[in-house]
Design a protein around this ligand. Structure first.
Ligand code: PLP
Ligand code: COI
Length: 364
């Protein structure tokens, strides 16, 4: 087992790299998740060899057997993080060890191999260094997608004895349509994302598969995202398909649903809570019912609502649709508190404002 020797990623560069002018053209305002860099980092695990075969190589398709475990029982987890180019050209990550920690927690829940945090971060760094020309400047960033899947060819239902860990990257602009200052959300009263005792707190592909029918319904209702309610009572607000939610109340406090085990513990969520508390803002992590949200939006007790996550950053919610109607939040646009939080967080991530908690991890 390779637990003692430090793992080093052996780099073999692509023999057909994308020409520089083509990279420059493709990193200008790219659509989310459609353009990929030239390389990928990979690492394999087996119950006999442990972690081995660490490399960065030209991005290529995987060859897997039709009986590959992930295709049948969905034993798969992933992370989402970004590399940013600072104004001085430096490249940095934001709290990468938090992603590494969450990846370990997801792996534990899905009975998958445990990847040491420093190896996770080393893989991400190795890929970003090789593909550094792909990191956009300005408001863009390089979205990084570390993931792991069960790669054993075997149809029995048990934890796989083999896994592949991989990191791919794509230059991205805004997750929602450029120029949108607030999104419209659909509150699903029929479909839930996760139940107590389930996998809601793990970042596993299955959670997203379960959310897609509700996201499709949301799109059919003209909405950008779906808001899920709890599975037991269909009453308590949980999170969106790919981001956490915050409510800005009229007394200046923030309210966000608690980490009950059914929602993803977002790193953006945790960062906003820490920053707000440092500024003396009261943050309540407490259950909030959809009925209360509707009433509070009408009375003005809820002033602003925003979604947050790596892909979505901080995005205002302007309009809320549900089976029985529709309501607006404030004037339907990004509010002052949301804007301040967005500017502060993105400022730290991009090295434009002070980083009081040492969250920026500079790579080069
Ligand atoms: N909730 C879900 C379901 C997500 O997919 C994400 C995105 O990763 C988040 C919340 C926000 O998490 P983070 O801030 O770590 O990106
Ligand atoms: C992320 O923010 O990294 C996610 O995984 C969410 C998804 C909507 C792209």
């Amino acid at each position: 087992m390779n637990t003692e020797t430090p793992i080093e990623f052996v780099v073999s560069s692509s023999t057909t790299p994308t020409p520089r002018d083509q990279i420059e053209a493709s990193i200008v305002n790219p659509a989310f998740g459609r353009v990929f860099t030239d390389h990928m980092a990979t690492l394999r695990w087996s119950n006999t060899e442990g972690w081995h075969d660490a490399k960065v190589e030209a991005r290529r398709p995987f060859q897997i057997d039709p009986s590959c475990a992930v295709l049948h029982y969905a034993q798969e987890i992933f992370e989402g993080m970004k590399a940013y180019r600072g104004e001085n050209g430096s490249i940095s990550l934001f709290r990468p060890f938090e992603n590494a920690k969450r990846f370990r927690a997801s792996a534990a829940r899905m009975a998958m191999a445990d990847l040491p945090e420093e190896v996770f971060v080393k893989a991400v760094e190795a890929l970003v260094k090789v593909d550094r020309d792909w990191v956009p400047g300005g408001d863009g960033s390089l979205y990084l997608r570390p993931f792991m899947f069960a790669s054993e060819s075997f149809l029995g239902v048990r934890a796989s004895n083999e896994y592949v860990f991989c990191v791919i990257a794509c230059p991205v602009g805004p997750y929602f349509k450029a120029g949108k200052t607030a999104v419209t959300v659909w509150v699903s009263d029929q479909y839930t994302r996760a139940a107590p005792g389930g996998t809601g707190a793990a970042k596993c592909g299955g959670n997203y598969a379960a959310s897609l029918i509700a996201q499709t319904e949301a799109a059919a209702q003209g909405c950008d995202q779906v808001v899920f309610l709890d599975a037991a009572e269909h009453r308590w607000i949980e999170e969106m398909g790919g981001m956490n939610l915050f409510f800005v109340m009229d007394d200046g406090s923030l309210l966000t649903p608690p980490l009950s085990g059914t929602i993803l513990p977002g790193i953006t969520r945790a960062s906003i809570i820490e920053l707000a508390k440092r500024e003396g803002i009261v943050v309540n992590e407490a259950p909030y019912a959809f009925d209360a949200w509707r009433a509070d939006a009408a009375s003005g007790r809820v002033r602003e609502v925003f979604a947050c996550g790596t892909a979505a950053v901080v995005t205002a919610v302007g309009q809320v649709r549900h089976a029985a109607g529709e309501f607006s939040i404030g004037n339907g646009d990004e509010g002052e508190v949301t804007r301040r939080i967005r500017v502060q967080l993105t400022g730290i991530q991009r090295g434009k404002v002070a980083d009081p908690l040492g969250w920026v991890h500079t790579i080069s």
